[in-house]
Design a binder for this molecule. Structure first.
Ligand SMILES: NC(=O)CC[C@H](N)C(=O)O
Length: 222
């Protein structure tokens, strides 16, 4: 499986995401935001966490208009896989590939701590390594993680089984405790918590590792 990790000025989790994917067995190419084309044969795009363009305008808004993001959108629209973590989730909402927006945390503070998540019943490759209803601990590190969708879109996300992960004890004010969502075809995932920061024993826990191992297993079957 060939993954591309996109790097923006201000990305700071690009290497972590690349390492997590490599340890699961992927070949990873790092792709600079000014590039216009993805390497040929890319199966999965990873949009990493960080503070792209200093979080100016809105988190992810400038990155979403980078040259490479036109190719990211094309890849997703053609049915390709894309995972966006933290700032990556913010970028994906700004491109319109995922619904909703990430607003300032309800307490107006940057929050950096491990949180408990519930794995929702969502049949995506990103869930293959988990059981529905499983509780996992994954760190968050954001000031704009307060997920918002209006009532109609929330009802649609619920009806379509597109809530990927929920907070057990909501840290940031997100609507319906939502920590992550998927696209209608379940191939685009956005989540605020960082599974790549909980993927080996030295991280203090490995609850993020099944996401990478599971998606590798599933992609071998696609
Ligand atoms: N860790 C991150 O990706 C930070 C996300 C984002 N820039 C925020 O603080 O809200």
């Amino acid at each position: 499986m060939h993954a591309a990790v996109i790097v923006f000025p201000g990305s700071n989790c690009d290497r972590d995401l690349a390492v997590a994917l490599e340890k699961a067995g992927a070949k990873v190419s790092m792709v600079w935001h000014k590039d216009t084309d993805l390497p040929s044969g890319v199966d999965l795009i990873g949009i990493p966490g960080g503070f792209s363009f200093g979080d100016y305008l809105r988190c992810g808004a400038i990155a979403a208009n980078s040259p490479i993001c036109r190719s990211v959108v094309k890849h997703a629209e053609a049915g390709g896989y894309v995972m966006g973590i933290c700032n990556g989730f913010q970028v994906l909402t700004e491109t319109g590939l995922l619904p909703g927006a990430l607003r300032r945390n309800a307490n107006l503070k940057y929050i950096c701590k491990p949180v408990k998540l519930r794995v929702e019943a969502c049949d995506s490759i990103y869930h293959a390594g988990y059981e529905a209803g499983q509780e996992i601990t994954i760190p968050i590190a954001h000031h704009d993680g307060n997920y918002y969708v209006d009532d109609a879109k929330l009802a649609q996300l619920k009806d379509e089984g597109r809530i990927a992960f929920s907070y057990i004890d909501n840290p940031n004010g997100s609507v319906a405790d939502i920590a992550g969502v998927v696209s209608k075809n379940r191939r685009v995932l956005g989540m605020m918590p960082h599974p790549e920061r909980m993927a080996e024993t030295a991280h203090g826990g490995t609850d993020g590792k099944p996401m990478f191992d599971g998606l590798m297993r599933e992609m071998a079957l696609v």
